[in-house]
Ligand binder design. Structure first.
Ligand SMILES: NC(=O)c1ccc[n+]([C@@H]2O[C@H](COP(=O)([O-])OP(=O)(O)OC[C@H]3O[C@@H](n4cnc5c(N)ncnc54)[C@H](OP(=O)(O)O)[C@@H]3O)[C@@H](O)[C@H]2O)c1
Length: 308
């Protein structure tokens, strides 16, 4: 493992992005395509996303992680980013796609220099407003909304840890918090909820605390996360510096737009998942986009008519 805090942008590499049509991976894949040979893998259920990737010079390869079929996917990538996720209420498909699929990918791409597996801070056992560190207990925080999510993401981490050791493949497991940007993420969903005049769902155990991370910081930290890939796998939280509550960020969206947020408090919402960033800061340094700047940019991009 190297000191990655000054790792620059990736250039001239052959990079595979798995789940490239997804909300987090799509802008990242387009950015990487400017200066690398980038391949996108998914089932490509969204043909528009595939077209946009191909227009940007990204090579698309159809795979199915649940079936374990990798089709014509090459196996000579220098770096692999697994940002896929299988959302399903079918437990077999969730385990095969998220856990088995990650293992199949690592085996297929075992010659890579490094493998970045995107996990989630949704793997932590809810514990009110605790700031979760990497060694904290794992559990089932997303059960109310996505019953298979947390458990299959924990299972995926176990498979990825095993494969890193078994294959000698330097790996980072990065537990992503709340990703957002001008085109995606929970804050944008809340903005649209407010624009539609509906209440925003928050957990009864208020406030609902998270560490939102902007797309610019996701892009900037990917090379650093790859640089700290190791055997055994490096496990690290992947989140923005600021702990912000949903209640506070909706109030700020209200300030920007003149819309008054209203809330529904329910046990069926995902509980707080704020994180301890000590390890992330040691390994790759802090993020750079202050949350209010990122939110203001998002509102200006999505609803310019609402900002002064
Ligand atoms: N979004 C969040 O708020 C959030 C928060 C924390 C962590 N994360 C993590 O961040 C990563 C990206 O999440 P996301 O929200 O961007 O995901 P997403 O929008 O749901 O995208 C999922 C991607 O996986 C692909 N995929 C799904 N089933 C597949 C299959 N059977 N075979 C091959 N590819 C398949 C999808 O394409 P096709 O359907 O076309 O195959 C798509 O490209 C995931 O690891 C997720 O757990 C996300």
């Amino acid at each position: 493992m190297t000191d990655a805090r000054n790792a620059g942008a990736l250039t001239g590499e052959k990079i595979l992005v798995v789940g490239a049509t997804g909300q987090v991976a799509f802008p990242l894949t387009l950015s990487l395509a400017g200066s690398n040979e980038v391949w996108a893998a998914a089932r490509f259920r969204n043909p528009d996303a595939r077209n946009r990737l191909e227009e940007a010079g990204v090579r698309c390869a159809e795979i199915d992680l649940v079936a374990g079929s990798f089709g014509e996917l090459p196996d000579d990538f220098s770096y692999v980013l697994n940002l896929s996720v299988v959302h399903t209420n079918n437990w077999g498909k969730a385990l095969d796609g998220n856990a088995g699929g990650a293992g199949g990918l690592m085996w297929h791409c075992r010659a890579a220099k490094a493998f970045l597996h995107c996990s989630s801070t949704g793997v932590y056992q809810p514990d009110h407003h605790r700031r979760f560190a990497e060694g904290d207990p794992l559990g089932d925080s997303h059960r109310p909304l996505l019953p298979t999510y947390s458990i299959s993401k924990v299972a995926a981490e176990a498979v990825v840890r095993f494969c890193a050791r078994q294959l000698g493949l330097p790996t980072t497991i990065a537990r992503l918090n709340v990703p957002y940007g001008d085109t995606f993420g929970l804050p944008l969903m809340h903005l649209e909820t407010m624009v539609a005049g509906h209440p925003v769902e928050v957990h009864t155990d208020a406030p609902s605390l998270y560490n939102p991370i902007h797309a610019d910081d996701i892009l900037a930290t990917v090379p650093k996360l790859l640089a700290v890939a190791d055997v055994p796998a490096t496990v690290v939280n992947w989140a923005g510096n600021d702990v912000v509550s949903v209640e506070d960020w909706c109030a700020y969206l209200g300030e920007l737009t003149g819309l008054e947020p209203t809330f529904v408090h329910t046990d069926a919402a995902i509980p707080s998942v704020a994180v301890d960033l000590t390890r992330m800061h040691e390994l790759i340094g802090p993020t750079t986009v202050e949350w209010r700047d990122g939110f203001r940019r998002m509102v200006s991009a999505r609803h310019p008519e609402l900002v002064g």
